[in-house]
Write a protein that binds this ligand. Structure first.
Ligand code: PLP
Length: 429
């Protein structure tokens, strides 16, 4: 589409597998040449070919204050001048941990890591170490990073126990896949059957409370409460993977909003302030099982990195003070309803599922409740919608199996532009 992007893409493909450092950036789900970003400012990104787009990815929600925020940039600049890493603890890490513990009821202690993947890896090892059990129960379509144990998802909506589990990547030993049980999301009965089939054997159930990685799929009423009860009745831990959810809907965890009591919580994205920074936290007795107090090993050369921590401290302080959530939710609702109305007018089978500050346009008429329903959506229609929006200066997620994000930097004008781009696009489909 753009000569500049074609040229960058050829250079990238020659030296980086698929030309990208994370697969979805290759646009496999939507076709066309991937884009490259030169810069970001507020709600906008400027592409390498000079075009400007309204950004609805916001680095998968991490950039909740928008791009290039001056206060964050200043904090990062000052932190970098003081030294970018020491391999020795710094006061900023304590400040961040204190803030998380103060604000999040489920978290008495927290360890900082470099990515959501690492946070989940640690959570799983911790659950296994604390319970002395091996099996992990996860929901189909929930993404928990790219560690071996979490890249297992059954191909069907049926409960698959060990042997039947389908591995979502090559290179994962059967012995590891065998210990991950997969159930459909939003299906309490399947969870009940899993615990009944493996009494006293499941270390933890891990769930994305508001699923974002099969597109936006909110939990059905009481579903998460049932998972928590089933886990605790069996002596298993309940892990909420809030890498997207934490600090996205309000200044805290989704699990606080609905009265859940997760034993372990993982956070990233917003919480990381736009840097490779994530966290795993929980009750003190569980967290103290980590080395050096406990026997569950976990470490990191760059963990608690001072530059990343400086950014996170500023972002979280700002979110607490400014609480942009109500505005973001209002804008998200307007965008979702605007796109949906435009689809109706244009007679295009597309609906928008949203929860508070996140949304996904699904090329179908019935909002999906699980992976099977999400997968049944029309991928080629979504691809054409995505390309039409991109051509009109709106960057949506390059796949239906993702959520879109509005930031505090988006304006009423951005929202109107997104909706009018959707109208124009949908009329051509
Ligand atoms: C993004 C994400 C992860 C992985 O985080 P990375 O920082 O990409 O490793 C884990 N869990 C959930 C729910 C996520 O959305």
């Amino acid at each position: 589409m753009s000569l500049k992007h074609n040229e960058l893409s050829s250079r990238a493909i020659a030296v980086i597998p698929g030309g990208v450092n994370s697969p979805v950036r290759a646009f496999n789900a939507v076709g066309g040449t991937p884009i490259y970003v030169a810069a970001g400012r507020g709600s906008k990104i400027t592409l390498a070919d000079g075009r400007e787009c309204i950004d609805c990815c916001c680095s998968w929600g991490a950039m909740i204050l928008g791009h290039g925020d001056p206060e964050v940039a200043e904090a990062v600049h000052c932190a970098a001048l003081r030294g970018t890493t020491f391999g020795i603890s710094t006061p900023g890490e304590i400040e961040l941990a204190e803030r998380l513990v103060r604000v999040l009821p489920a978290i008495e202690k927290v360890r900082l890591v470099n990515s959501g993947t690492e946070a989940v890896m640690t959570a799983i090892r911790l659950a296994r170490g604390v319970t002395g059990r091996d099996l992990i129960l996860k929901c189909e379509g929930c993404y928990h990073g790219h560690s071996d144990a979490m890249l297992v998802a059954a191909g069907s909506g049926v409960l698959t126990a060990g042997d039947g589990a389908q591995v979502a990547s090559a290179g994962i030993p059967h012995s590891i896949a065998h210990d991950t049980l997969v159930i459909p999301y939003n299906d309490s009965a399947a969870a009940q059957r899993a615990f009944a089939a493996h009494p006293g054997k499941i270390a933890a159930i891990i769930v994305e409370p508001v699923a974002g990685n099969m597109g936006c799929v909110p939990p059905l009423p009481n579903y998460l409460q049932t998972l928590e009860k089933l886990a605790h009745a069996d002596g298993a831990l309940f892990i909420c993977d809030e890498v997207i959810n934490a600090f996205r809907f309000h200044f805290g965890l989704y699990s606080d909003l609905v009265g859940l009591h997760p034993d372990i919580v993982t956070m990233g994205k917003v919480m990381g302030g736009g840097f490779p920074l994530a966290a795993v936290g929980g009750r003190a007795e569980i967290m103290d099982a980590l080395a050096p107090t406990g026997s569950v090993y976990q470490a990191g050369t760059l963990s608690g990195n001072p530059v990343a921590v400086a950014a996170a401290n500023v972002v979280l302080a700002r979110l607490e003070k400014e609480s942009p959530y109500e505005k973001i939710a209002r804008y998200t609702k307007a965008v979702a309803e605007g796109i949906e109305a435009a689809a109706k007018d244009a007679n295009v089978p597309l609906c928008v599922q949203r929860y508070e500050t996140v949304f996904t346009p699904f090329a179908t008429t019935q909002p999906p409740r699980n992976l099977a329903e999400s997968k049944a959506c029309d991928a080629s229609l979504y691809a054409r919608f995505f390309q039409g929006m991109l051509a009109r200066g709106v960057y949506l997620e390059p796949s239906q199996f993702e959520v879109n994000f509005i930031s505090a930097a988006h304006t009423q004008m951005d929202i109107e532009k997104i909706i009018s781009a959707a109208k124009e696009t949908l009329e051509t489909l």
